[in-house]
Design a protein around this ligand. Structure first.
Ligand SMILES: Cc1cc2nc3c(=O)[nH]c(=O)nc-3n(C[C@H](O)[C@H](O)[C@H](O)COP(=O)(O)O)c2cc1C
Length: 333
């Protein structure tokens, strides 16, 4: 038994959560900054997500005790399994963050972002640029591994510059990692275009832990196709669940029966109200304002969506949202 396998076996016994104990195929809520906050994670878990990721959180912000950064760590006892995703480019900051998260935040796992293409992130050497800086990536992973007993996972692109996910996996093969989420697009594709099935499939063969495919998996049919084409143990769902947490329920139904049902307006309303209640309880009026984008996504496919969305965008309380949805419920059934 090699060191990585031995380490994973021991850690699985110590931690209550283990990636390999999740039912497969694993349907995960992928990390999305400004979206996968505590209320949305709770709604997705209720809809059938097997595991949820936080928004990416800056290890440098945490190192400098930024209150804004510290607030992002808040979660409830209902949010498990929860993976906290961090980003940065300074090993010392990662070491501090890993210790802090393990001792004070206590989620189920720590994920490191190697895929973000946003200019403000890459200009510091973090996100996608960390994936192509293999020496620094090794240092970062060692710093995290040495300062946590939690399962550590990574989220990568299929390719950044000359470096493919396979090169990356070769470079970090001595670090015990429990899971990998591969965004099937290269850095230069940013967020559009087809995913690279072949590279995801090769990564799934090479990596010893759990591999989740990610990118363009917006319907149960697409999710099933990518899982069977790549041999991955699960999928990371991102933009496909915006306004559609029920994609988890539908996919589960489709994978076991071959068909799935469209939710009724009243069911979507229940989900909206649940999220709005949690947002208001957590952040007051500001929470409802933050939720406006979700309201637009939720009603996007309903007839007369534009008018309904405009009314909802003016709401600043849970009660106002409830009244508007009630008025419209007779129209949609
Ligand atoms: C609004 C938004 C925010 C995102 N934030 C993060 C993030 O914090 N960390 C991360 O690793 N990926 C982030 N992503 C990337 C997604 O996790 C995912 O890899 C990407 O959207 C591709 O999947 P999709 O085609 O299903 O959307 C974000 C994507 C979106 C649209």
């Amino acid at each position: 038994m090699n060191f990585v396998v031995l380490y994973n076996t021991i850690m699985t016994k110590i931690n209550k959560f283990a990636w390999e104990n999740l039912p497969q195929p694993i349907l995960a809520l992928a990390p999305m900054a400004g979206v996968t906050d505590s209320p949305f994670r709770q709604v997705c878990l209720e809809a059938g997500a097997d595991v949820v990721y936080s928004e990416m959180i800056s290890v440098t912000g945490l190192f400098h005790h930024s209150p804004k950064t510290e607030r992002l760590f808040k979660f409830t006892s209902r949010e498990h399994p929860l993976i906290i995703q961090v980003f940065g480019a300074v090993p010392e900051h990662f070491a501090y963050a890993a210790k802090y998260i393990t001792e004070q935040v206590r989620p189920d796992g720590i994920d490191i972002n190697f895929g973000c293409p946003v200019r403000d992130v890459i200009k510091t050497g973090a996100g996608s640029y960390l994936m192509k800086n293999l020496a620094l990536a090794q240092e970062v992973l060692a710093a995290v591994r040495e300062n946590t007993t939690l399962p550590v996972s990574v989220k990568t692109r299929t390719q950044v510059g000359e470096v493919t996910v396979l090169d990356f996996l070769d470079a970090v093969k001595n670090v015990p990692l429990q899971a990998l989420m591969v965004h099937g697009r290269s850095f230069s594709q940013k967020f559009s275009g087809a995913i690279n099935i072949e590279l995801i499939k090769e990564a799934a063969k090479k990596f010893k832990g759990i591999v989740l495919a990610n990118g363009n998996m917006n319907t149960p049919e697409q999710i099933q196709a990518v899982l069977s084409q790549t041999g991955c143990q699960g999928a990371g769902l991102a933009r496909g669940v915006l306004g559609k947490p029920y994609l988890f329920t539908q996919t589960r139904e489709f994978l076991s029966t071959g068909h799935y049902t469209k939710p009724r307006f009243s069911e979507v309303v229940q989900t909206i109200m649940k999220q709005a209640q949690l947002m208001q309880a957590e952040k007051g009026v500001h929470g409802i304002i933050e939720m406006r984008k979700h309201l637009g996504w939720y009603v996007h496919d309903f007839p007369g969506a534009r008018n309904l969305r405009n009314q909802l965008y003016r709401c600043s309380t849970y009660k106002e949202i409830a009244e508007i949805l009630l008025e419209n419920s007779t129209r949609f059934g």
